[in-house]
Design a protein around this ligand. Structure first.
Ligand SMILES: NC(=O)c1ccc[n+]([C@@H]2O[C@H](COP(=O)([O-])OP(=O)(O)OC[C@H]3O[C@@H](n4cnc5c(N)ncnc54)[C@H](OP(=O)(O)O)[C@@H]3O)[C@@H](O)[C@H]2O)c1
Length: 251
């Protein structure tokens, strides 16, 4: 249960090793926060000590986004163990390699399952839990790649387009029940996911994404662009004729 200052007592990070997810969680953890759950594929990689401080219990739980038939029970078990889930962040995702998908189409399935199916199923499970509680704030890591899909990464882009659409609709569905959903749309962020890639214009860091996302969550926004200028950049890009858009040097 969050306190009168809307400080969460319990925060859950799905994709607990994500650099962006950890930056957002760090910003949303407050003095009143008692429990942080890091839901991760490989518990040995979770490094809970990064967050440890007096009065904060950092719990590591094994979680694989592809095991969709376990997500609802997982969320219910967290709520039974830790009480209301005040803030949840869905940060897991895979970029994949478009050239590999083109050569071997079946390889796209895992990326789609993680980025879309897994995120939707856990989003529904968390949404249901927050609805039963009558409050909660859910943060979903979308991407500008879903705002207008590009030739260079259209599998990833399409998964994020679907996830973003889901987050917007879920937010409207849960709003009357006191639950807020915030879709975060980063551009290029320097993390493990993009290591070795040429940075796109307006590239940023997990810390900046964390700060802007947390500000947006606290302000009650349904969508947060990081950096903020991308909102205006994509207002233009979204409406460019396809023949112009496909020639842009966007990577
Ligand atoms: N970096 C960018 O430029 C950028 C831009 C826009 C949006 N995003 C989105 O932001 C989110 C976080 O990305 P990031 O940059 O922080 O990358 P990251 O550090 O590579 O984090 C990706 C996370 O996804 C987890 N993951 C992958 N497959 C999983 C599975 N089957 N089950 C559970 N967890 C799984 C990874 O866990 P492991 O440690 O086990 O691999 C890791 O925690 C992603 O959704 C990404 O699509 C990133």
């Amino acid at each position: 249960m969050q306190n009168a200052l809307h400080e969460p007592q319990t925060v859950v990070l799905f994709g607990g090793t994500s650099e962006i997810g950890r930056a957002i969680a760090s910003e949303l953890i407050a003095p009143a926060t008692r429990t942080l759950v890091l839901a991760v594929r490989h518990p040995d990689d979770a490094h809970p000590e990064t967050f440890e401080r007096d009065g904060l219990d950092v719990v590591v739980e094994r979680f694989d986004a592809t095991e969709t038939d376990t997500h609802d029970a997982f969320v219910r078990r967290l709520a039974a163990a830790h009480g209301d889930l005040d803030v949840a962040i869905i940060a897991f995702g895979q970029l994949g390699d478009q050239a590999e998908f083109d050569a071997e189409p079946a390889r796209a399935a895992e990326v789609l399952t993680v980025n879309y199916t897994g995120a939707v199923v856990v989003g529904l499970a968390v949404g249901g839990q927050m609805r039963r509680q009558g409050h909660g704030r859910l943060v979903v890591l979308s991407s500008v790649a879903g705002e207008r899909t590009r030739a260079a990464n259209h599998v990833y882009g399409s998964s994020k387009a679907g996830l973003d659409a889901f987050a917007q609709g879920l937010g409207d569905a849960l709003r009357p029940h006191g639950v807020q959903v915030t879709a975060v749309r980063p551009g290029f962020v320097h993390t493990r996911m993009t290591r070795g890639m040429r940075a796109a214009p307006f590239a940023t860091t997990p810390r900046v994404v964390g700060e802007l996302a947390a500000d947006g969550v606290r302000a009650g926004r349904h969508t947060v662009w990081t950096p903020s200028v991308l909102r205006y950049v994509f207002m233009v890009l979204r409406h460019l004729p396809r023949r112009v858009f496909r020639r842009l040097p966007l990577g």
